[in-house]
Write a protein that binds this ligand. Sequence first.
Ligand code: SF4
Length: 637
Amino acid sequence: MLNGYAGTILRVDLSEEKIEKQPLPIKMAEEFIGGRGFVAKTLFDELPPNTDPLSPANLFVVASGPLSGQFMPASGKTHFGCKSPATGGYGDSNMGGHFGPTLKYAGYDMLVLTGRAVEPSLLVIEDQDITIKPAGNLWGMGSLSAEAKLKKDLGEDFQILTIGPAGENGVAFACITHDFGRQAGRAGIGTVLGSKNIKAIAVKGTGSIPVNDAKALLAEGKQAFQDVRAKPGFKGWTPEGTAGITDWVNRVGALPTQNFKTSYWDQHASINGAAILRTLKITDKGCYCCPTPCGKYGKAKTGLGEVYVEGPEFETISLLGSNCLMGDISEIAYANYICDELGLDTISAGVVCSWAIECYQNGLLDRKVIGREVSFGDLASVVYLLESIARRQGVGKLLADGVQSAARKVGKGSETFAIHVKGLEWSGYECRNAPGMMLAYMTSDIGAHHARAWVLGHDLAGSSASVHDLITSEGSNEKLPKSEVTGRAAKVIESQHLRPLFDLLGICRLQFMELGFEVEHYERLFKVVTGKQLNWDQMLSVSEKVWHLTRSISAREIKGFGRNWDYPPERFMTEPVPDGPNEGHFISRQEVDVLLDEYYTMRGWDHKGIPTAETLKSFGLDDVAASRPSWACHSNE
Ligand code: SF4
């Protein structure tokens, strides 16, 4: 028996309708902990190399971690993985809510879907009973609507994840929705579920999870809840959640604005956390066991209609808001709802819409191609584009494969302002004067995503100031000096191990990141749950190992993968920021190469950014090192 784990992997071959339950290998739990570690290990071992992401051979993996579902703060995270249709490489995304804990209570640490169902289907997991049911009646339905229907049909005690029309229609940035507003948004996770003809997965679990010392867990868990609530930031952070950072991001000149043309917007105060509380909020909403419910459930009234919606959180505010020049928080919330119902990642959707509008403004896409006039700051334009994309209608056919693909087809210089890395659209921080954050985006293993590393505060604070002080101080809008690019890699690498560590354990990172919840809590909780003594540094070492593994998967899957895949968009390397605190700043290609050289060297990767055999072996990835000659050779062509 493995304490902390349900002990079983559930495998469903949808083509054969074959269901298999396999004991969770102890070695896998010991070497990869859970969540993202299980996803990466499974994809490396089981994904046939060079698989088309939308073919039945791709894997759709769901994994929780040893702390998921345990009596401790915020233990409700679930991790998803596949070969990404957005990038062609390693893809993963995670989500809060209640799904992962419930899957564990049903008896499974991991679910692996392969094949493709012959018709639109629903997978129902009710403890030991697994059924694949026809779901033609749900196909075409919005994500939120389908979830509501399934809750009614199956019962409130089922936890449900759904895709929307975007996932059904193979949109490269389709997401999974759960709990009426929680999303696994990135890397096209919902696209892959849709390609398997699965509209929804419903799980009900009535079992329990073995733990090493239940009495000690009760005591540690109780103490942990008390300590989170005693943190100085507890009362200040929770009311606005992630939206509370909007003003600060703008003040330091990092707010994506008008398709990342600039990084400062004087209308930020109308779309910040206070605007949500003033205009939208009905109640707070949290994930499983969370003492700091950052979700804001509210009602948005706009000229296009009224909706109830969870959000918008900061990423949605920045990409559908300032980046599309939408300065009305209700309109952003409405666009957020449309994305949720259609099953679109709000980050990628915001970037794709703003790119299309800029193309229209510049005459690169005309009215005939777009189908109507579109403009920045216009909700109707954004909603029209979102609907077109999700249904692959009209201009949606061009946009549905993501901004990289669309820009390649349109050409005429539009690639310059297609804001992505590796094919994944850039999330909510503009960083032409934040070289560390730029490097974090460039080297994120799924493409341009902030959740892998966030060093913006350190970029701006330098070595002498406290990042916390910088973020919480009022500050001014004075011009910031040009940042040095050297010496950035170490902090980025540290953050790339730290943030994804929470994805191994199956818990939320925000209590640690935002409130300074101590690592000792996690060490003690891990010990009482699993019975194993793993200190923070040892956990970080596992996270580092997984980083080398995910990079190796992308190198294996993407022909020619290497340094060229790590460059930022041309706009950031050639266009100075036109206004705001970072006016005049940009990062040159030479500076980008300095960042990459330093990073690859510190990582133990070759000059093209491929992990060396020695590095892989030093983390016990001997099998990956042994296979390296078969995939690293094309990376060095
Ligand atoms: Fe979920 Fe937010 Fe709580 Fe994290 S802080 S567990 S994302 S509600």
